[in-house]
Ligand binder design. Sequence first.
Ligand code: OGA
Ligand code: MN
Length: 201
Amino acid sequence: MDENLLFKFNAIADGLAEDGIAVVDSFLNSDEVKSIGEEDEFKDGLLQFKKAGIGQAQERQINESIRGDYIQWIDPASASAPIQIYLEKLSRLRTFLNQSLFLSLKDVEVHKTIYPPQSYYKRHLDQFKKDDHRKLSVICYLNEEWKESDGGQLRVYFPDGSKDFFPIAGRLVCFRSDLLEHEVLPTERPRMSLTGWMLDR
Ligand code: OGA
Ligand code: MN
């Protein structure tokens, strides 16, 4: 395997084992981020989603007072080349984590996500039912030149306090879906990401 990628995979496994979370930068390089950001659903921000036909429509999450993001599930079979590259990396990461942490992750599901300006996602756990098959949450951000004043931090809650992470382009955040509560603080700019989960079936 590419040495650089192996280095990142190791950092992710270490972070998960020690803290239940890992944050690695440049998981996607800037060309990869650019080409994904230029896809229809992201390109003109929300406008594009609202105009989309019913079958293709981006859906706003139902309870706007809890979360204000729009999502679109990715069908791996018809995904664009840059998305396929990302999915391929996640699939290799899944195999790596199964071997290094003795997990039995079987599948990955991913959606495109946009938070329009002023939207947020209140504090929550990704795995909210006992029988939930989401084991790891995996988010890659696509926002070039993000500034602190743009807000939109991912805030993760630990027993001894919280930590904030900005949604900067190419950054991957991976954490235990059953363990870590988190929230997305209000964003001042459209905030784009690929949001996914590794499942145990
Ligand atoms: C989620 C979520 C965090 C983020 O979609 O469940 O918590 O930083 N996303 O986008
Ligand atoms: Mn979440």
